[in-house]
Design a protein around this ligand. Structure first.
Ligand code: ATP
Length: 299
């Protein structure tokens, strides 16, 4: 679990980079920090693993204030994934993935088994890549190694800063899909920075939308779309609104208008249409949901 209470940070020019940010992320949740460039997302993330110190406010990781934890044990309880993987160029794939288990003094057999298992899960054939060096890998493969390294010691918390940002769109989609399907991440507390709205909707349990260092709204994708807290939130999603609505709403959420439709309740409307469920009925239900929210908002 991660909790931020009124966290603020200014740099030398005195302008606040982050102002009174508060949120809580529970185990099993992925919170997306979304926002325009310079809105304070990375600064917020870097305060959680104490790469930066806040000027005021409190940050708790797994129940303890970060400033009271030994830096070494705090960092080992947190997997950190960066946009440009940050692999050690003179370490092989196996050595890169095994760094933290090595520091934790796991026995070599256990490290080897863990490295192989993560490589298989991330579609990096062990026979081809175990002893390869980062520069011998494609960008997508390097990023997979970066993910495997962050997951190696099974940390309860994962911080990810634009983890798929350096990849081309096709590779990005496939690495993102693999990441989402990993059993490894299902019980972790994850915070991910992105400015890609589609990615935020695909991966986020909840989204924290920031602007000018302040949280504008934290909520589920559907809450941000259908019950925006202010004009900034409302207009932020305008460009992609229709597709986002279909990705944010599930059959379960539309049940009041889909009583007679058979189908998997967990599917998003987007996936349900792709799976061949009746498009007109689904889009009609989305319209009715939207109207019910508008009525609720103006009552
Ligand atoms: N080390 C630093 N020294 C001075 N100013 C900084 C530093 N790091 C960040 N800032 C400033 O703090 C503000 C927030 O930056 P931050 O990197 O947190 O934003 P961001 O939302 O992550 O942006 P992006 O999406 O472009 O990475 C910006 O105005 C930035 O210029």
């Amino acid at each position: 679990m991660i909790k931020l209470e009124n966290v603020s940070k200014s740099f030398l020019n005195g302008k606040p980079a982050v102002s009174a940010v508060s949120f809580q992320v529970n185990a099993g949740e992925t919170l997306i920090l979304l926002g325009t460039s310079g809105s304070g997302k990375t600064t917020t993330l870097r305060m959680i693993n104490r790469l930066l110190l806040p000027d005021s406010g409190h940050i708790y990781v797994n129940g303890d204030a970060v400033e009271t934890q030994r830096l070494e044990s705090l960092r080992r309880s947190i997997g950190y994934v960066l946009q440009y993987h940050g692999l050690f160029p003179h370490y092989t794939v196996a050595e890169n993935i095994g760094v933290v288990p090595g520091l934790l003094k796991w026995d070599p057999g256990r490290i080897k088994a863990r490295v192989s298992s993560l490589m298989e899960k991330l579609h990096l054939p062990v026979s081809d890549y175990l002893h390869a060096y980062p520069q011998q890998l494609s960008g997508g493969q390097q990023q997979r190694v970066g993910l495997a390294r962050a997951l190696a010691a099974d940390p309860p918390v994962l911080l990810m800063d634009e983890p798929f940002g350096a990849l081309d769109p096709v590779t990005r989609t496939s690495v993102r899909k693999e990441f989402r399907a990993l059993d490894e991440i299902q019980h972790k507390t994850i915070i991910m920075v992105t400015h890609d709205v589609q990615e935020a909707f695909e991966l986020g349990t909840r989204i924290c939308l920031m602007d000018k260092g302040k949280v504008q709204q934290t909520g589920t994708p559907a809450e941000l779309l259908f019950s925006p807290a202010n004009d900034f939130v409302r207009s932020f999603f305008d460009e992609h609104r229709f597709v986002l609505e279909l990705k944010a709403l599930t059959i379960a959420g539309l049940r009041p208008w889909l009583a007679n439709l058979n189908g998997d309740d967990t599917l998003t409307v987007w996936d349900a249409i792709a799976a061949g469920m009746p498009r007109n009925i689904l889009l009609d239900a989305v319209d009715q949901y939207r109207q019910s929210k508008q009525m609720h908002g103006t009552s």
